[in-house]
Design a protein around this ligand. Sequence first.
Ligand code: BMA
Length: 821
Amino acid sequence: MPPQIIDLTGDWTLRSTDGKYSIPAQLPGDTHSALLAADAIKDPYYGTNELDCQELAQQDWIYARTFDLSAEDLAASSIYFHAESLDTIATVYLNGSPLIESDTMFARQRAEAKPLLKAGENLIEIHIASAENAAIAKAAELTYPVPMNEFPVQSPHRNLVRKVQCHGGWDWGPCLMVSGASGPLYLAASNQGRIEYTYTEQVHQPDCCELKVYCEYESLGAEESTWEVTLDGKSQVFPATLHPGLNRLEAAVRIENPKLWWPNGYGDQPLYDLGITIQGESIHKRIGLRTMELIYEEDDVGLSFCVQVNGLKIFCKGANWIPTDALPQRQTREVYEDLLSSAAKAHMNMIRVWGGGQYEQDAFYEICDEKGLLVWQDFMFSCALYPVDKDFLASVDREVRHQVKRLRDHPSIALWCGNNENVGALKWYPESLANRDRYIVDYDRLNVGVIQQAVAECDPTRVFWPSSPCGGPDDYSDAFENDQRGDMHYWHVWHLNKNLEAYYDVVPRFCSEFGYQSFPSLEVIRSYAEPEDFNVTSPVLEHHQRNPAGNSKIVEMFTRYFRMPDGFEGFVDLSQILQGIAIKMAVEHWRHLRPVCMGALYWQLNDNWPVCSWASLNYGGKWKLLHHMARRFFAPTIVSAFQKEGGDKVEIWVTNDRPAACSGEVTLRSLDFSGNQHRKESISLEIPAGGAVQVTDLVIAEWAKDPASRFLQVTLATAEGIFDNTHFFARYKRCELQDPAIKVTVETDKAGRLAARISTDQPAFFFSLDAEDIAGEFDDGGFTLLPGEDRVLAFEAKGEAPAPATLEHAIRVHHLKATYH
Ligand code: BMA
């Protein structure tokens, strides 16, 4: 913390310049949260209220507050103002005089404030002009159009201002053009200087890591001084010959026998406390020691794409991340902790911070460090073309330099990526199709000329991947379609309505996006709709679906694979089953293709309001069925069954991410829909380290004369435990599922945890329990519950655990046959 800080976070007032609103507000915070707290707007997430908020996007706002300074405070040589994420077209006034003008929410703002301050009461005001109006004005000045992707409710020309792109609406997100500020906001006083940034570089040798430590120090004077580096309590002092202006100090400390940081599932995440102190100012952070490489090399297939940590190739399993809330004031550490815990529990080891959102707050990256979640960090450009005027490029340059220096010490960050889908976007618009040269040159000016250049200077330790998807540096071809080079976004099943088996036709090197939508869980729908709206085509339900063809796609896919569901609840549940199956098929298939394929990140982990979307976690963090299924299909060692469309065989494979070989036994059983066993076979096998092995290739006719009359239950037993999986030989709609009578009783298990004991008299498919309004999740779901089995599912309560009877009463049972009669 800089010395003598005046924290400016907390209570402010907020008024619109047209005099319509004048209310209390919080910073960090946003206009819409303040308006909601003051009852000046209705909950924008409820019903279609979002539409009533659209006029707020044209407002200009003023945040104001006072603070006191003493004469002693003012005696300091320097008092500077610091803000991060001023959103967006902002002028900061101190006692009526302008201090800072900013048109980006992604770069940090610092300025000398002392000349504008006085002893006694001071007034600070942050004037925020409408970003929407600024974007419209900028569009009018362009000499040629710079198009962007269109969404149902949106703010025009969002790509022309450096604001979170999805504030202006997305195909899962509301259009709420909030203004405000997030992150630190303070005045700091100093007599000698200030730390601008600190960062480290690791040089690993056998049994030792040399940690180079850098400190960018803005000194007010010339001085022979010292600075101190403290690692896990041990300090070393280094000389610092300071000159006025920016000094770049460098020192090295040796760490013998370093404890290495590993991704989730591969080992621990030891973090070292690093302190850097100079002239009374200290910075503290926690760092992890590891080598991190992104390997992309020409090979027999094309261009590989693989993350390697401490020399070990990691199959990256995870999901894409969007901002946690469309109301930024609700983006708290607790929410990060909740969502990222859910990711880690589902065996994820990578999160992609997608380019249409934001550089997240420090807490996000700290938690990723703690949980071993690798971060794929996009720069914040998405699904659009971008302007390249001098001011815009200069602003992006400041943004990238700030964000890279702020974040680069996080061990979790695996790579920097230029943008989301902007190469693809070159082909989306008539303007760019008609003049690709012009737009590709512009794209390159921004992406290579500015972003890549700034990254190379500010973080030479990591790879800059030009775009997602991308076939590699200097490759401007359409990587969406290319499964041979770099990363791909495979959207043929959702956006192009292909059958689910189409996932089996691609062999991605790394699939960084693919997704399938589902409806939010019922109690989440209840938060925005009344029972009379509980119909997929009601105006409220359609409002909470931002992919225009989305509901039709879901219904149409039902007709291909399932019997039509009864009632609204059946519809919601079946949509979650469909989503879970789709992503499971893709992930299991691509995992078994390792080492050709080395990553699968589905679209998307979370929602920023309650909506029908591709997310596996509902808004609020509650798990959809997909998240339970992810916990199974991302497990380190799994057994899977693959049947091509129209195929007469099923391939059984074991995939193992663990870096150690092991032996195991696979048991295959063919059962009818009453649970009677008709054939059983067991196969012992050696499972390779970090690899996949085919167990057998079974002929369906030998296991089910009528494929619709049987299903296959596959079990893998290893020293690590038992993993089970289910395969249908025929489409679900052709099978006569029985109505199971399921018993659920809640008890306290030996470890003192709440647990549900479950049993059934008929097989129940895609089984899960849900505690409705009681926050928490059962530790397994999405499996087949068979008669004769006695399973116990532990309840992982969030917050205080409920009484067993309360939980038992709240539980709802979900499975495939319950969606129709
Ligand atoms: C991807 C993303 C998002 C979008 C999603 C679903 O391509 O990058 O822009 O929300 O598809 O359409």
